[in-house]
Design a protein around this ligand. Sequence first.
Ligand code: TPS
Length: 465
Amino acid sequence: MLPAILSALLASPVAQGLVVPQLAELQKIGTQEDIFPYLAGDAPYFSYPNDYGIPREAPESCQITQVQLIARHGERYPSKSRGRKLFKTWYKLSNYTKTFNGSLSFLNDDYEFFIQDMDNLEQETTLKNSVNPLNPYTGEMDAKVHARDFLQQYGNLLENSTNLTVFATSSKRVHDTAEYFIEALGPDYNVTLEVIDEEPSAGANTISAGYSCPAWNESAFSNITDAYSDSYLKNIAKRLNKQNPGLNLTSSDAFMLFSWCAYEITARGYSDICDVFTQDELIRYSYYDDLSNYYSDGPGYPLIKDVGSNLFNATVKLLKQSEELDQKAWLSFTHDTDILNYLTTVGLFDDGNPLNATYIPFRDHVFHKSWQVPMGARVYTQKFQCSNESYVRYVINDAVIPIESCSSGPGFSCSENDFYDYAASRLQGLNFVAACNVTSVSNVTNLTYYWDYNTTNYNSPLLDQ
Ligand SMILES: Cc1ncc(C[n+]2csc(CCOP(=O)(O)O)c2C)c(N)n1
């Protein structure tokens, strides 16, 4: 039942004259959140599932002394290359002249594709560019709500300094996310945004080490990932073609339907195409995303530990200098792959069992990509003091994820010196500049922006990537 006030509003002459969302649309918004974790990090933000139950607030009688955030930009439209592929599938459907049957029947009713302006590709979803004015899943709102949550959790760290410097890569959507976040902090803080170049020429002075790594090869392990069966995609195409003779969808079209589902939810608030999939198909799609990222940007590709070491090294240095540095909160915005690379070096989602293409290892499977880097992902490093001891731990997408070999401190944290030993052991033998052949694209071999932002003006031109 629709609340009486809403029925009255929709029936009113005023509403009739406005563009009001259809009632059926309204009722679908908010009903698809259970499938977000299966959509390869393209769906709206969700908190880390399977939280261990550890409160993310500092433990009783402990004070946070430093916090670091590495965040992904918020919900966005598809990239240009994904957009091109989505349109290919959409044209096939929009050129179909017969009446649709089965789960595609929604296309019979004046359906409008969710990408309505090519200029939106690569960009954040906002209140303004949403397909539906009631879309609750914009990147803009996500960043703003996140900022208020940050203030509630860590606002006291900002109290003694009037200035806060925030860092974002020069990708427009990443930069825009940081701006929305800053806007929502409110007028009490004097915030400067430093825009750090993500062109390869930035070398090691980057929050996006992947772009400065010419040695990285996306398909280095495609021999493993290519072996993953695509029969679930063939089945989807076969089912839809049987219901709709002459449609001729391929496995690649079926693959695109998952992105359509995810991105449409972020632009419209819901997506009817999601009803095409069975739960088994969602699980198979999701595992393919884990498998391919494990071998291109995660623990399955040894070079990735070197890539992630650039940022991990810097975060450890900041922790060590927490007392002497005036700034106590270090906020950085970047891309999903950079966060995956960083977390791979930190080692929180590597249980040593390599993912395989033949079966889904349901019980031995900690590398869930979308759980680590959904849209709006937020990886916090907390340093806190209890009595005279300091401790470090990670809070990922609202869940405390302990370092298993170092979690005997309060709130399953790692005591500061043990953490430095842990970090040193993770970083041993890694060398971003050498392993990535950084000097072939840049002569910058150190990450300095956290330390020289007062004397160097970082304002790189924004990129649509
Ligand atoms: C090590 C490494 N270097 C470069 C790439 C290329 N790449 C493909 S997608 C993407 C960012 C989109 O993410 P988001 O949606 O968070 O903006 C990047 C940087 C990669 N995958 N791994």
